[in-house]
Design a protein around this ligand. Sequence first.
Ligand code: MOS
Length: 739
Amino acid sequence: MSDSIIGAGPKRIDGQRKVTGEAPYAADHHPDNMAYGYGIFSTIARGTVTGLELDAARQSPGVIDIFHHGHFPELHRSPASMPQGNKVEETRLPFEDNHVHYEGQFVALVVADTFENARAAARKVVVSYQADDNAIANLDQGVKAHGTKKGGDNHERGDAAGSFDGAAHSIDVTYTTPVETHNPMEMHASVASWEGDRLTIYESSQGVVQQRGALSKIFGIPQEHIRVESPFIGSGFGSKLWMWPHAVAASAAARETGRPVQLVVPREQMFTTTGHRPETRQRMRLATDDSGRLVSLRHESINTTSFTDQYVETCGSVTKSLYSCPNLLVSHETTQVNRGTPTSMRAPGAAPGLFALESAIDEMAHEAGVDPLEFRLNNYADRDESQDLDFSSNHIREATQKAAEQFGWHDRNPEIGSMREGHEIIGYGMAACNWEAIKRECEARVSLRADGTAHVTCATQDIGTGTYTIVAQTVSDITGLPLEKITVRLGDTSYPAGPVSGGSWTTATTLPAVAAATREAIEELKGYATSKKGDFADVDSDSLTFENGQLTHDGQGVDYVDVLKGQRLASADGHAHTQGADDRYSYRSFGAHFVEVRWDPGISNLRVSRVVSAIDVGRVINSMTARNQVEGAIVMGLGMAHFEATDYDARNARPVNNNYAEYVVPVHADQPPEVDVILLDYPDLEFNEFGARGIGEIGITGMAAAVANAVYHATGKRIRDLPIFKEKLMENVPEVQSA
Ligand code: MOS
């Protein structure tokens, strides 16, 4: 048995197929006789479709059919339940009625013989509307027009209001974050085909099992008649967790036309009809005693949701347990706006929530006259006070101190704008990061084959994070087979049910199932070996060991391939079904970011020059892919800090920068010259046998606050509204002495 493969850093086993273009993504599938769909999307944000002029489009070359309300099969809504396995975020069906709730909503769908013909015809469709002039474009308008509605995940302990009044130091500040839109490289796409009453759909999906369940409810057909495949996806960041209307439209159109239909969501409509991170407004009230200990903490958050569904951005989820505070209130409310339904985006709740919390902690430390690093070390919670549970494993103090040391925090001159180099003012900022560790139910199957290979199947997905590779590492660890001999198949509902690739839970959920299935397969193999015809016919199977591909007893080893071949067997198989996490502990991951910014006040140029992050995520399974996840999340966090915002025209609620050119995400030139990731690697064996807690999301949490805190240190400007555009720093520029 090799134990070095766990924690090693082998390259992605699917990497070569991806970079050579061999890996099939959803829209790479072209079943015979496939037709192409192209959507017609509403150009108003609120109102009614009053008519469709279709004659010109119908006569356009290659058109097969045009679907809309009035010409679309009657379908059913999904109950949208995650436990039932049929969750969708937008419950309204495409073309369900004539109402328009947001700009970019499907109002019709052209199906034609080619993509170009479908698009050309779609542009000939003339839609008439009765627009309601009171489209709600943003959070403030929503609150004014419709008020707010309470959301879930609230928490209260002690007397937060009473202890705030009369405390030695206090702050009362409000932060806002804009809509951010997922922009994975690969656009959403469906390729749907029917054979009789059986549907096969290739989808760029983070959750094939949930999509199958939702399609089953929507079409009223058994799950067994539906196959959803998503073997490769060009990431999703949460936008592909749950099925969106285009997949329903494509499936229905395929059934109606009797041909496979491919439907790709154009980039513009990825800003409207496939989710986004909602706008938030967060009021933070914090108070400390004389010594800088928190005595009161209130985090009250409002986020925008759609008129069709309530989505709660749980901004206070981390606030409940990161700091020790006897008097605490966390509340969530939503307000409706004319936008599509929001959804999870990398570290939902925590990413905007920790911008507010970790900026406010910095402000509070400043107000109390305590160094922000010391303030955190003094106030971090030792146990989860919101659940009254111990943490299974928590090394946040060590993470914070290690990163601080590597970063050189102690060289920081706390005076604002005091650290200078040439034209530039240097700012140091820090923030904690935090994410829940989640483990779900999972099934997996492993076959040890007579050809000397192992074959693993599980209906989870690899969204680019390295799931294929860590599954192979797991089987290799137990069997001793090299990675090249292990085939991993994911992203197909015909495999044993696996989890949605989200919530950073895939590793902790999938590996225990794969390990259990591998051990089951070995048990089956031992049974064959100790059967009457076996190599160890008289031996008790419990006394056999399996190491490096051999069954061994009393120093005598037989290759497992020979055990199978000797009995003309193709394989020994194991199937496992593992359960989700228990509730003995509070399971969370922890860490801290340290950021250096450089600001040139003469031209108001701002850049992040250095990042050091130390993360405590339990055991690391693959040191390379784990590091990649944190590095990617840091970069995404910089995008959140500096660039990302979907802007809506206040007059008509239309997103105006709905494209790759004007919705700005970090590019290579924006990368900080130095990004240092420290992975603490303390196995959390209370959580699962691997001690791994998952790593996809934690790295983005706290990043925007760390940048904002560094910007404050450099400029004296406290930016409470993301993103930190450079122009926000242009007023009241402190005087700079030339060197
Ligand atoms: Mo993540 S937002 O759970 O894909």
